[in-house]
Design a protein around this ligand. Structure first.
Ligand code: 1HE
Length: 268
C-alpha cells in the first residue's frame, strides 16, 4: 500500500498519503492533488491502515489535503460498473476506515481548504476538530450524481449541522462557504487564507499537553455519553470523571495549580 515513510522523514511523492512526523504529531496529507484528492479505494484503505497503526508515541494526528483542495470526495472513475453487493461492501469499507479515524487512539484535527465535497466532507466529519481557511467550501453533490452518501455522512453530518441542512445540500446542491461553515458547525475554527494547516498544528500542539486520560475520555466516552439516555449518560459521566480525577496525573496537575505553578485560564 503506497504511503509516505514517517520513519525516514522523507515523503514519497507517489504515495497516496503523505505521512510525516512533527514531534509527537503525525501529519497525514491526502496526496492526489492532480485529482483534487479524490478518494479512490486505495486511498481509503491507506487511511484505514494509517489509523490502525498509529505509533504509541503519537499524541495527535493532523489530516490535510496536499494542493489547493482538501478532497473532491469519492473517486467517481471507480464507481462505474459495481453491483449491489459490491456497492454495500464499498460503503462498509469506507465506514471501517472512517471509524478508525473517529475512534483513533488520539485526537484528529482536519485542516480544510478548497473543496470539502462528498466523501471529503465525510472524512472531515470523522475528525474531532475541523479548521477551515476561507477557500474551504462544503457540498454534497450526490443528488446531481445520482448516488447517496456512503462514508458515514448520514450519521455524522446531521450531528454537526442538522438533518434539514444536510437534506437541503443533497436535494438542491447547496454549497456552504467557509465563513458560513464556521457559524453552522461544519468547522470549529476559521483562519486567514493559507492558515488552516498551521492553526491545526498549533491546536495539535496544545492538545499534546493535555493528560492522555482526558484526551482518551473525550474521544471514547464523550460521544457515547452524549448519545446515551440522560440517566445512563449521567452515570457514565460520573464513572469517567472518577477514573480521571483519581489518576496520578490529575492529582499532580491540580496540585500544581493550587501551588500557583500552572497557567491561569484567560480569554485569548
Ligand atoms: C475527479 C474527482 C472525483 C476531480 N472523482 N476524479 N465529487 C464530486 O462530484 C466533485 C467532483 N469534482 C469537482 O467538482 C471538481 O473537480 C473540483 C471543484 C473539486 C475541482 O475543480 P477543478 O476545475 O480545479 O479541477 P477538475 O479539472 O475538475 O479536476 C482535475 C482532475 O481531477 C480531473 O481529472 P483529469 O484526468 O481530467 O485531469 C477530474 O476528473 C479529477 N477529479 N474530482 C474522480 N471526485 C462514499 S460516497 C461519497 C460520495 C461522493 O463523494 S459524491 C461527490 C463526488
Amino acid at each position: 500500500m503506497a504511503m509516505g515513510n514517517a520513519s525516514t522523514g522523507i515523503p514519497d511523492p507517489t504515495a497516496l498519503l503523505r505521512i510525516e512526523r512533527v514531534g509527537s504529531i503525525l501529519t497525514v496529507g491526502l496526496n492526489r492533488p492532480a485529482k483534487r484528492n479524490a478518494l479512490n479505494d486505495s486511498t481509503v484503505r491507506a487511511i484505514d491502515e494509517c489509523f490502525s497503526t498509529i505509533a504509541s508515541d503519537v499524541r495527535v494526528v493532523v489530516v490535510y489535503g496536499v494542493g489547493d483542495h482538501f478532497s473532491a470526495g469519492l473517486d467517481l472513475s471507480e464507481l462505474s460498473e459495481t453491483d449491489v453487493i459490491e456497492g454495500l461492501e464499498h460503503s462498509r469499507m469506507w465506514h471501517r476506515a472512517f471509524e478508525k479515524v473517529q475512534y483513533a487512539r488520539v485526537p484528529v484535527v482536519a485542516a480544510l481548504k478548497g473543496a470539502v465535497i462528498g466523501g471529503g466532507l465525510e472524512l472531515a466529519c470523522a475528525c474531532h476538530i475541523r479548521v477551515a481557511e476561507p477557500s474551504a467550501y462544503y457540498a454534497l453533490p450526490e443528488g446531481q450524481r445520482g448516488i447517496f452518501v456512503g462514508g458515514g455522512a448520514s450519521v455524522r453530518l446531521p450531528r454537526l449541522v442538522g438533518v434539514a441542512r444536510m437534506a437541503d445540500m443533497m436535494l438542491t446542491g447547496r454549497v456552504y462557504t467557509a465563513s458560513e461553515g464556521v457559524t453552522l458547525g461544519f468547522s470549529q475554527y476559521l483562519t486567514a487564507e493559507g492558515g488552516a494547516y498551521d492553526k491545526a498544528l498549533e491546536l495539535a500542539e496544545r492538545i499534546t499537553t493535555n493528560a492522555p486520560l482526558t484526551n482518551f475520555a473525550v474521544l471514547q466516552a464523550l460521544p457515547l455519553i452524549a448519545e446515551a439516555p440522560p440517566q445512563v449518560g449521567f452515570m457514565m459521566e460520573a464513572l469517567t470523571a472518577t477514573v480521571a480525577q483519581n489518576s496520578k496525573e490529575a492529582k499532580e496537575r491540580i496540585r500544581a495549580f493550587l501551588e500557583r505553578k500552572a497557567g491561569r485560564v484567560r480569554p485569548t
